[in-house]
Design a protein. Structure first.
Length: 377
């Protein structure tokens, strides 16, 4: 009898521990999702979910070789590195033809992001991809403006845009787009560089960035993860292009001098511990580990979603939680990541102070409602 009672007690004890752990996980999830955040690194085109891709193709009368969201995801499963991903990305975005397509893509993104705590978003878009297919700049800007207006009416969110140039296309094309977009410069926060990382791209785009800076536009650039010549490129975007942020920037951790410079200049690093549809063991662990190491080193590191619609539908809060688990980050790390996103956002000092206060208030209110969570690392 004694043994039976002991077994029951053990069973109940284990059960209680598992239940407590589940409850802690659930509350941590709620905590991270609710943390106010700024999304600083995402591409309008990459926010398009497979379902919306199919709906837009249908409404524009475009035949696509996919009959279900699953078939689109299968296509996305072919992506295993930056060039293969960009190839599919450019294929999928080719169904976008009208301003309302851009409006719908962005509004769907804002709703999702808002539900995960995003209160300010700085959204990249690639005008060259759309101009190549016959859209005009006016149509692109109209679509972006319509999405922003609808979102700001519906939610308590602020939104800005970053015009990206494609690194693997001629710099003259970028310069032409920069000049042609002059009527809309007032709608832009800044410009950036994306697409496959070609060698010495910083030298190629120096005149374009100088011109953009002369128009009062802010500057950022991708330095993707584990690319060739990555340390040289990081130095190049800092010293030649004069960027204020580096998108990804995780390899800064590999060079102590570079890390020192990034910290001294207060350059924001917009890391992305994302997952492709294809299983790639170690990818999340590597990226999350670099995020954690840079955070511990005192860099202005934050986490962002990049192309959530085309990378397993994982948005900013999802990625913070995955990275937390993969790299053993603490609750305090989650708070610092969120604060860093506002510290390096292109917003007024008043807005920055307001958002940072919003985070402190949120944490205080959460802890008051869940005192047991304060001790969870
Ligand atoms: Zn990106």
């Amino acid at each position: 009898m004694k043994r039976i009672i002991l077994s029951i007690c053990l069973f109940l004890g284990v059960h209680a521990t598992v239940a407590a752990a589940d409850r802690d996980d659930e509350r941590m999830r709620a905590f991270v999702m609710g943390l106010p955040k700024a999304e600083l690194h995402l591409h309008m085109e990459g926010t398009m979910e497979p379902e919306l891709f199919l709906a837009i193709a249908r409404r524009n009368g475009i035949d696509v070789p996919y009959d279900s969201p699953e078939a689109v995801k299968d296509r996305l499963r072919a992506a295993h590195d930056l060039p293969s991903f960009i190839e599919i990305y450019e294929e999928l975005i080719s169904v976008v033809e009208q301003p309302e397509d851009i409006r719908d893509i962005t509004l769907a993104y804002y709703r999702k992001a808002y539900s995960q705590g995003v209160r300010h978003a700085e959204m990249y878009f690639d005008p060259q991809l759309h101009l190549e297919r016959g859209m005009t700049l006016e149509m692109v800007f109209d679509g972006l403006a319509a999405g922003r207006a609808a979102a700001m009416q519906e939610m308590d969110i602020t939104i800005g845009f970053i015009m990206a140039f494609l690194r693997d296309r001629p710099a003259a094309d970028a310069m032409a787009v920069l000049e042609a977009a002059e009527p809309w410069h007032g709608q832009l926060l800044g410009v950036g560089l994306d697409n496959p990382e070609v060698e010495d791209f910083h030298l190629k785009f120096e005149p374009v960035f100088k011109r953009a800076a002369s128009y009062g536009l802010r500057l950022t650039s991708h330095c993707d993860v584990q690319q060739e010549h990555t340390i040289k490129h990081h130095w190049g975007v800092i010293e030649v292009l004069g960027v204020e942020r580096i998108d990804h920037g995780l390899n800064v951790i590999d060079d102590p001098e570079l890390l020192k410079e990034v910290k001294a200049r207060g350059i924001g690093l917009t890391g992305v511990p994302s997952l492709f549809y294809r299983d790639m063991p170690g990818r999340m662990e590597y990226r999350a580990g670099a995020v954690k190491a840079l955070l511990d080193a005192g860099a202005e590191m934050s986490i962002h979603s990049d192309d959530p619609g085309m990378k397993r539908g994982l948005y900013i809060g999802d990625l913070m939680l995955r990275a937390r688990e993969a790299a053993g980050m603490t609750r305090e790390d989650m708070i610092t990541l969120s604060k860093n996103s506002f510290r390096t956002a292109w917003i007024s000092e008043d807005a920055r102070a307001r958002y940072l206060r919003m985070i402190d208030d949120y944490v205080a209110a959460f802890d008051e409602a869940h005192p047991e969570m304060v001790s969870v690392p």
